[in-house]
Design a protein around this ligand. Structure first.
Ligand SMILES: Cc1ncc(COP(=O)(O)O)c(C=O)c1O
Length: 378
């Protein structure tokens, strides 16, 4: 049975990216390797829609979140952290770990943040930064980042954004919105293997980082990455094969075109939502703020995770993601990011209909697939 993985990262790799991973090793301080790094930096600026430096860190997405806080936040600094899911709620933990003081804006899981709550927190605190998880992967909610960026700007705070499941799959206007530090991960919408993370840094953020440099952290001190950038290299030995894979994945994004790629993700997301509703399923995230890269769906009353995800895996070789933390066993999530296309999605939706029917869920076979086809063929 062919195995398929439609989780919100790691995503399936293209054959070209897989082949790139097995290329011969290179010296990481050679001009030839610097040329590859330069192409990666340039490709990242393209997907980030930024003129800022985009630094490459060896480590998963959380490493870049950690680097952002370690580098820009001083001990005792207050930081407004917007919650609403597993990843939004990770920032306050990192802030605390570095001696900062999180000011948490609680958001009900599945809902988008109400900007007035962030304005209130900004007016009532001495916070120096706001953190937001743009696309909350655990709930399938896409928050309005430009609005939060505006609040940060008006209050002269840094805006630190986790774009880990939006960069490369959705429209992230780093410069236009004013995202001071934007972090991303290789294994999500970029279609590269896991193990690399990225952080774009604005001039305003560099000032805060330089003031703070050397106080804390070493491997994740972003000022070290900036210094190396000037020498066309990285401060520590990079994961050379992952850089080969990243370069190929970024080339593929360029050939597809960022706008086309974003549109593909939006279409797949809309098709998934319409299919779910036509299958008599309930979406977990409020639809006005639904993610374009991952869709969270409630497990119908009377069924369990094993009836849906378990059967899909056992009977069709399809891996979807389950709920995390507070919603474990209550939702399942379809990752339609990276290289997923319409035909693959239709196959998965068709298999989903079959397992739901076998499990006794009330639906008419083909209705979900048809609803998705309506969207995809429009
Ligand atoms: C939005 C978001 N932030 C952070 C992370 C953590 O990234 P990693 O597991 O690569 O450290 C994830 C992982 O799924 C994520 O989806």
């Amino acid at each position: 049975m062919k195995k398929r993985i439609l989780i919100p990262g790691p995503v399936e790799l293209s054959p070209e990216v897989r082949a790139a991973l097995s290329r011969p090793m290179m010296g990481h301080r050679t001009p030839d390797f610097s040329a590859i790094l330069e192409e990666c930096w340039e490709g990242l600026r393209y997907v980030y829609q930024t003129e800022n430096d985009v630094l490459i860190i060896t480590g998963s997405g959380t490493a870049a979140m950690d680097a952002a806080i370690a580098s820009a936040i001083k001990e005792g600094d207050e930081v407004i952290c917007i919650g609403g899911g597993k990843f939004g709620e990770r920032f306050p933990k990192i802030v605390k770990a570095y001696g900062g003081v999180p000011v948490e804006v609680n958001v009900q899981w599945g809902r988008a943040v109400d900007p007035s709550l962030v304005e209130k927190a900004a007016s009532e605190s001495d916070a120096v930064a706001i953190t937001l998880t743009h696309n909350e992967t655990s709930t399938g909610v896409l928050h309005d980042a430009s609005e939060i960026a505006g609040i940060a700007r008006e209050n002269d705070m840094l805006f630190i954004m986790d774009g880990i499941t939006s960069i490369g799959g959705d429209d992230v206007r780093t410069d236009e919105w004013g995202v001071d530090i934007c972090v991303a991960g290789s294994q999500k919408c970029l279609g590269a293997p896991p193990g690399l993370s990225f952080a774009s840094v604005s001039e305003k953020a560099w000032q805060a980082i330089e003031e703070n440099s050397g106080r804390r952290g070493f491997y994740l001190d972003l000022s070290a990455y900036r210094k190396s950038l000037g020498k066309r290299t990285t401060p520590f030995t990079p994961a050379v094969p992952l850089i080969y894979g990243l370069k190929t994945a970024l080339d593929e994004i360029r050939s597809e075109g960022l706008e086309n790629r974003i549109e593909r993700h939006r279409l797949l997301a809309r098709a998934t939502r319409e299919a779910a509703k036509a299958m008599n399923l309930e979406l977990f995230a409020e639809e006005s703020h639904a993610s374009n890269t991952v869709t969270a769906i409630k497990i119908p009353e009377g069924l369990e995770d094993k009836d849906v995800r378990g059967r899909l895996k056992d009977e069709y070789g399809i891996l979807l993601a389950g709920g995390q933390d507070a919603v474990k066993g209550r939702i399942f999530r379809i990752g339609h990011m990276g290289n997923v296309d319409s035909v693959e999605l239709l196959g998965v939706l068709s298999a989903l209909e079959m397992v739901l029917r076998k499990a006794g869920h009330d639906l008419r076979l083909g209705e979900g697939v048809r609803a998705a086809q309506e969207v995809l063929s429009r």
